[in-house]
Write a protein that binds this ligand. Structure first.
Ligand SMILES: [Zn+2]
Ligand SMILES: [Zn+2]
Length: 273
């Protein structure tokens, strides 16, 4: 099982970090977690296509994690010969979100269906609203969801992928919580959104300081990893975006609380579980 960070960014636009999205690849199976800015461009770099995507999992409907949902839907639709639906899973409210996205696309759908005689079906999405527990089970591959805590954003989910005796956790945006601890138990790879507390706490703008309210800081992510016996901690979606040369400081802050391997995500970082 391989984890590929497609986009390691956040809502803050920087030239080298696409929006949050992570690919978990098991043989020919491609599971995509979140679909932020430029997800399909990054996917193209590793042979992931909307057309062949096995399933999409959405941690929550914050814009940075879903900006390119419409692109995944449209690109799958116009590159497929058949009307196989996109299989998509998200928290409560995800069906309404999908409906609204499809409505937004309606003008383009009309243009393309009018132009192409062989394209006579609209984009198909099989959207599932998930609760805690087993949400996907196919050919020895299991995806387990648990509620995370990104309050006041609610609901949010984290995911644990189990295959070939390995475990990968895609935690998304969350502070430490019971659901997260459950997901991370004995994980080989744990991908966690992190913020670096000191520079944010000193920021003059209150809206930016409030980012601390609902994300794990580096120390909290490291402590979650240590308590769960994780092998590799991946610091993802770093806020603020790390300035060049400061990367070792991020790693050192985590290593102070966790003995395992620590990686600071960059786009297209690959980790073998
Ligand atoms: Zn986010
Ligand atoms: Zn969020």
């Amino acid at each position: 099982m391989e984890v590929i960070i497609l986009g390691s960014g956040s809502p803050l636009v920087v030239p080298d970090r696409a929006g949050p999205s992570t690919l978990v690849r098991i043989g020919k199976t491609d599971l995509l977690f979140d679909c932020g800015r430029a997800v399909l461009m990054r996917g193209a770099a590793v042979g992931m296509t909307a057309r062949e995507l096995t399933a999409l999992f959405v941690t929550h409907m914050h814009s940075d994690h879903t900006t390119d949902y419409n692109d995944v839907i449209t690109t799958r639709w116009i590159t497929s010969q058949d009307s196989r639906p996109l299989l998509a899973y998200g928290p409560l409210g995800f069906k309404r979100f999908t409906e609204a996205t499809l409505n937004m696309l309606d003008t383009d759908v009309h243009y393309r269906m009018s132009h192409h005689a062989d394209l006579q079906h609209k984009p198909q999405v099989q959207a599932h609203e998930i609760a805690e527990g087993l949400v996907y089970d196919s050919a020895g591959l299991r995806v387990i969801a648990a509620a995370t805590d990104h309050s006041p954003v609610h609901p949010t989910m984290g995911f644990r992928v189990e295959a070939d005796g390995k475990v990968v956790v895609i935690a998304g945006d969350t502070v430490p919580c019971e659901g997260l601890n459950r997901l991370c138990q004995g994980a080989d790879v744990y991908v966690q959104t992190v913020v670096r507390r000191a520079p944010i706490a000193q920021h003059p703008m209150q809206r930016f300081r409030e980012v601390l309210d609902y994300h794990s800081d580096i120390e909290q992510a490291a402590k979650t990893a240590a308590a769960a016996g994780v092998r590799v901690l991946v610091l993802n979606h770093p806020v603020p975006p790390p300035l060049p040369g400061t990367e070792p400081q991020w790693i050192a802050e985590a290593k102070a609380h966790f003995d395992g391997e620590v990686l600071l995500a960059t786009d297209l970082l690959r980790i073998e579980a």
